[in-house]
Write a protein that binds this ligand. Sequence first.
Ligand SMILES: NC(=O)c1ccc[n+]([C@@H]2O[C@H](COP(=O)([O-])OP(=O)(O)OC[C@H]3O[C@@H](n4cnc5c(N)ncnc54)[C@H](OP(=O)(O)O)[C@@H]3O)[C@@H](O)[C@H]2O)c1
Length: 337
Amino acid sequence: MNASNLKPVLVIGGSGVVGRRAVKALRELHPELVLHLGGRDVNKAAALARELGRAEAVRIDLEREDLGLPPDAAFSAVVVLLKDDSLRTMKYAQGKGVPYVSFSDFVFDIGPEVALHIQHPTASPVLFLGHFLGGTVALATLQFARELKKVHAIQIGAVFDEDDVGGPAANGDMERLTKGVPSPLIRKDGKFLWATAEEDVTRTFQGADGTHWQGRAYPLLDVATLAAVTDASTVRLDFALRAASSRKPGEGPGHEVVIELTGELPDGTTAHVRHTLVDGDVHSGLSGKGVALAVERLLGLVGGAPVGPGLYSPEGVLDSAHVVERLKAWGTRIQRA
Ligand SMILES: NC(=O)c1ccc[n+]([C@@H]2O[C@H](COP(=O)([O-])OP(=O)(O)OC[C@H]3O[C@@H](n4cnc5c(N)ncnc54)[C@H](OP(=O)(O)O)[C@@H]3O)[C@@H](O)[C@H]2O)c1
């Protein structure tokens, strides 16, 4: 598949905090791919489109079934980097028979999309990418788990800088989370649990440099995905915040992820393996890269033929080894401790 032969990729929210990182990563990977950046403020999107080249801004009206786009609009994929409560964007992608990427769903959010996919299972590939950092952490975890014959526990801890906040859409989602469904999903003793007890919600973990952090579980799709793939009886993902004042001079608001795996090695012995991902960028950087890697794969620009209709999670479309190599090449420091 050649990027220059493809119809434009419609990136709704492409001018946002994550969106601009996603389209820049896509542009870096595929200079020929035409991108259409959708939003309400076309001037903002147009300025970014000029910067990117082979891109244009399109006004999106989520109140309309046709999204406010002309009847003859044609795209190769629809990527939606905001929470579309109406699912009009998904219906639009299904109507055109092109891949759809959903990026803003917590684990408790996906029911309506699953139901819509079930109604039209052969319409288009639908990818859930609400996973932590655009699926990159789930994929890295699965790559690291390959050395184990059987995985018993997956515990992921992440540390963010308190200044590393997203744009208004991301803040709206956080508000939805705190007001709506506050219980995070964990897997404990082989059972899925919407955790409410403080001892289930919180966990102390050791950061990349040995600092102890008090993390809180977070209801992202990663727990469901990692449990489904590995059948580990313990799976959780905890977030901690670092005060901006604790940054070293000249240091930006970077983030780190610690992935701890317990399981059985091929020789039958039990192992506890720890990997760290340290990134000096804001978290929207890796999240946007996750989007770019998913889009190029869905379109068949890497890793095989274009992905056919179906309901997918990142590991169903992306090769975990390829993703880890890409992240390293992009500058994330990944180490096995
Ligand atoms: N899965 C992950 O790894 C991950 C990571 C980070 C964030 N997220 C999610 O990604 C989403 C974007 O976060 P962000 O920080 O990039 O937010 P943001 O900076 O507010 O970006 C939102 C984008 O959507 C557009 N938009 C907002 N409302 C719209 C509407 N009603 N119609 C059309 N376009 C609209 C905005 O452009 P206009 O203002 O011009 O409309 C902008 O381009 C959030 O839902 C966040 O929770 C997911």
